[in-house]
Ligand binder design. Sequence first.
Ligand SMILES: C[S@@+](CC[C@H](N)C(=O)[O-])C[C@H]1O[C@@H](n2cnc3c(N)ncnc32)[C@H](O)[C@@H]1O
Length: 152
Amino acid sequence: MGFSVVMTIAIFAAAKPSIGYAQEGVSFFMERLRPFGKVELRYVKDGSSKDVSARLLAASEGWLRIAMDERGECWTTRVFERKVRDWQLHSVKKAAFLIGAADGHTEELRRECAHVLSLSAMTMQHELALVVLLEQIYRVQTLLAGSPYHRD
Ligand SMILES: C[S@@+](CC[C@H](N)C(=O)[O-])C[C@H]1O[C@@H](n2cnc3c(N)ncnc32)[C@H](O)[C@@H]1O
């Protein structure tokens, strides 16, 4: 059973991707994620780090929050899969991944999150971070569903 059957995953980000490659990447993975259930994209208004962080925190009130940030922990895909299984085991119903704007997250936002997760030690455009995160969520979905996509 895929985790999405019992858990809603959402990515909260500042503004929709405006660059072509990212729009295509987001559509590509959202389409592939569709059979697995509930993965949502939610956008807040762009702005300063302080304003965007406040909006992201307000929008994700009540969710298990994961801040996406290059300063965070690096998980392997298998560790990501184990975290999701663990959330399921602990009846987490809603997990929100928070992507910041050009100036990143505030310290307060990082403190309010259960995890601060890095996709690489390098800083990416927020649009690219969104596509990479979606691919990893898709990869974890296929692992949980037993579909042949990920190879160790
Ligand atoms: C251009 S980056 C912001 C960089 C900003 N200077 C900072 O100090 O965080 C925009 C957003 O993309 C996401 N992001 C960029 N690179 C990332 C990475 N390597 N891992 C995880 N998220 C990343 C983060 O959510 C970040 O807030």
